[in-house]
Design a protein around this ligand. Structure first.
Ligand SMILES: *Cc1c(COP(=O)(O)O)cnc(C)c1O
Length: 223
């Protein structure tokens, strides 16, 4: 395993303003521990139960990011520790996160997920739907969440122009909403880019990249 070497190589190429989320989904505790020993503290998972198990077994100064599609009934299991939820794609989910965060007297940071890809398999809001949430009175009532940024995934394609266009559309939207600041809304984080496209994403304004296979190797899915 080359986890430490892979991390060093990636960190050497990341500009200082870009935060690395090491995506450890499907990977064993030992791999995460190896990355932790190499200094990595932010890890991303896409299944709540898997993240809870890993949280329980690993050092408590790890910041856990939920990057996957979220089922509302699972929010309660991670509300006491999750550091950032990337994939918020409905107002109902946001309300549930708020409700569960309140029980733990926490404010949970969230990113709204934008649908920027051509595939209709990827989750997320259209820009119009995000506008509706941002401008709604109901959002003002949620005191235990804070929308701190946006997340997007580009189409899985070799066409760099298309990927660049999709990332740029999200950057432009992000920039247009930066001045909308309130108690629970302050856009700072733009989460774009995975192993295959993170350099392109950074060139398009991303300041948080979610990298899995380039750190931990290819994943085996058994489910
Ligand atoms: C799995 C996953 C990643 C990491 O993908 P890699 O190609 O392995 O870097 C990033 N973001 C999301 C939302 C993911 O589900």
């Amino acid at each position: 395993m080359m986890i430490k070497e892979n991390l060093t190589e990636i960190n050497d190429t990341l500009p200082e303003h870009v935060t690395l989320v090491a995506v450890s989904k499907t990977k064993p505790i030992a791999d995460i521990q190896a990355a932790y020993n190499a200094g990595q503290r932010i890890f991303g998972e896409n299944k709540v139960q898997e993240m809870v198990t890993k949280y329980n077994e690993l050092p408590k100064d790890i910041q856990w990011h939920m990057i996957g599609h979220l089922q509302r009934n699972k929010v309660k299991y991670m509300a006491h520790f999750v550091d950032l939820i990337h994939g918020v794609d409905s107002f109902k989910t946001l309300k549930e996160i708020d409700k569960q965060a309140k029980k733990h007297k926490r404010v949970i940071n969230c990113l709204l997920q934008a649908h920027i890809a051509q595939e209709n398999t990827k989750f997320g809001f259209s820009f119009n739907e995000m506008n509706e949430i941002i401008e709604s009175d109901e959002l003002k009532d949620l005191h235990n969440i804070k929308i701190v940024g946006l997340m997007g995934m580009a189409t899985f394609t070799d066409n760099e122009d298309q990927i660049r266009e999709e990332f740029t559309s999200l950057l432009n939207y992000f920039n247009s909403k930066k001045s909308y600041q309130s108690e629970n809304f302050d856009l700072k984080t733009l989460s774009m880019g995975m192993s295959g496209d993170y350099q392109l994403a950074i060139n398009c304004g991303s300041n948080m990249v979610r990298i899995g296979s380039s750190i931990f190797g290819v994943r085996n899915y058994f489910s």
